[in-house]
Design a protein around this ligand. Structure first.
Ligand SMILES: Cc1cc2nc3c(=O)[nH]c(=O)nc-3n(C[C@H](O)[C@H](O)[C@H](O)COP(=O)(O)OP(=O)(O)OC[C@H]3O[C@@H](n4cnc5c(N)ncnc54)[C@H](O)[C@@H]3O)c2cc1C
Length: 438
């Protein structure tokens, strides 16, 4: 068994504060937070670092506001575990709507749970506190030290200066895979006919008379708004905030590489411009919205896709569509392939069959060439098309839970590397914890 010092407070005399921890989770989006909670509940000492002062990533800072796709089209549940616990805890705060089916902007039917993004921050705080995770907020990756196949140290830039963290296992859940980038890991390329999915500036608008809005021909209005140049895409997709008469709108479209600092900054500005234009269109042209005003922007543009790591297995769209049954499946999903194009008003969406669910293999969480690193969330090893399905928050949370449990097994001596974790034991532990694998 690997011997590791506990997560310790640094000595004030050292120039860089140094922490030792079993598991370091880098990035506190929904995937990273579930990974941290799962690892801590499994007995590991866990540190969770996050660049913002709150957790959630796209789910809070990006204000996505609805967890999509818990079930197959015919209503078989395929995601539960910690993801369901998040919803249960939101309900205690009165901040999650009922599980429901709704019609997407594409005209397809989908299931979801809408929630209040601000309250999700509290729920994630509660979960990490209850699990005994040590949070390091307002901490951005500065650099990573690698020795051969192991990451031995990550340094973070914080308000109190540089902090060095020495983990037994690192989980990169930064969405953009910033830690792995600095460790010189390998990443997957886009194919010639592919482009990164665009980012979106979510915005909150209200009050809305939702009965009047739901009775309107939203698709025709959205098409009109797009043709008039008021909307950047032909959609008026909205999730109702359970706390108010407001809705969070997903309308803007920003074709950028969000790992390019200059492009990201420009997208924040252009995203607010597009949101303002859409809010004006809502107020003047959409039933139920005449009394509404733009109330808030997301803290940052929501980012659908950036880097995807090269893992031991690259999950493909063909495998999801077959679907292939994996011996090392650690999560399941039923969200269809949903590609927002970088330009133009339409999106590519292929609905799945009635009882169609797919699986995610553990090997897609294991980056090639590294023994003590796992990935979770939207940066896992999957093709561009496969990621367009598995990127949703339900599946990101399920994958995060699996990564956390696997990391705990490694630091407890059940594998000398992430690659030889006893997968049957990992799967059994996930099932015991209420996760679904098929
Ligand atoms: C506009 C939009 C609409 C969407 N709609 C839906 C939907 O309706 N339903 C659904 O279920 N899913 C939806 N998704 C997908 C889903 O929101 C994301 O794929 C999912 O939230 C990804 O979670 P994650 O934890 O992997 O990554 P992220 O949410 O990106 O989290 C990464 C975390 O790492 C932190 N971080 C990043 N870099 C660093 C660094 N260098 N140092 C420290 N911390 C760092 C970030 O601040 C963040 O907290 C949507 C996404 C977008 C963008």
């Amino acid at each position: 068994m690997m011997t590791l010092a506990p997560a310790t407070l640094p000595s004030s005399s050292s120039s860089d504060a140094i922490f030792h921890t079993d598991v370091l989770v880098c990035g506190g989006g929904v995937a990273g937070t579930m990974a941290a909670v799962a690892a801590a509940r499994a007995g590991a000492r866990v540190m969770l670092m996050e660049r913002y002062g709150f957790l959630g990533g796209n789910a809070t800072a990006g204000a996505v506001a609805q967890f999509n796709s818990w079930q197959t089209a015919n209503g078989r549940t395929v995601v539960a575990g910690l993801a369901q616990e998040v919803v249960d805890r939101l309900r205690i705060y009165g901040a999650a709507a009922a599980h429901e089916r709704f019609v997407m902007s594409t005209g397809h039917r989908m299931d979801r749970v809408a929630y209040a993004p601000e309250v999700l921050k509290l729920v994630l705080d509660d979960m990490v506190s209850d699990a005994g995770v040590l949070p390091l907020l307002h901490a951005s990756v500065l650099d990573v030290q690698r020795e051969g196949r192991r990451i031995v140290q990550l340094r973070a830039l914080t308000k109190s200066g540089i902090v060095a963290i020495r983990p037994g296992v690192l989980i990169d859940s930064s969405g953009d895979m910033d830690a792995l980038r600095k460790a010189g890991a390998s990443f997957l390329e886009l194919e010639a006919d592919e482009a990164l999915q665009p980012a979106t500036m979510m915005f909150r608008f209200g009050p809305i008379d939702f009965d009047a809005l739901e009775a309107a021909d939203i698709q025709a209005l959205a098409r009109r708004g797009y043709e008039e140049g008021a909307l950047a895409r032909a959609a008026l997709h909205v999730a109702r905030d359970p706390y108010s008469q407001d809705g969070w709108f997903n309308v803007s479209r920003l074709a950028i590489d969000a790992t390019d600092a200059m492009a990201l900054g420009r997208a924040e500005i252009e995203g607010r411009r597009q949101a303002w234009s859409a809010a004006k269109f809502l107020r003047h042209s959409v039933p139920g919205c005449a009394d509404g005003r733009l109330q808030a922007f997301g803290t940052q543009v929501g980012v659908r896709e950036t880097r995807r790591v090269q893992g031991e297995h690259v999950l493909t769209a063909q495998e999801l569509l077959a679907p292939v049954a994996f011996d090392d499946a650690i999560a399941a999903g039923a969200y269809p392939i949903d590609i927002h194009p970088a330009a133009g008003g339409e999106l590519e969406y292929s609905a799945l069959g009635e009882d169609h669910a797919y699986q995610i293999p553990y090997r897609s969480l294991c980056p090639v060439g590294l023994d003590n690193v796992l990935v979770a969330g939207r940066g896992i090893s999957a093709s561009h098309k496969a990621l367009a399905a598995i990127r949703v928050m339900t599946i990101s949370m399920a994958v995060g839970q699996a990564a956390g449990m696997a990391a705990a097994l490694v630091v407890q001596g059940a594998g000398s590397s992430v690659r030889n974790v006893p997968v049957p034991r990992l799967r059994a532990a996930l099932l015991d914890a209420g996760a679904l694998l098929a």
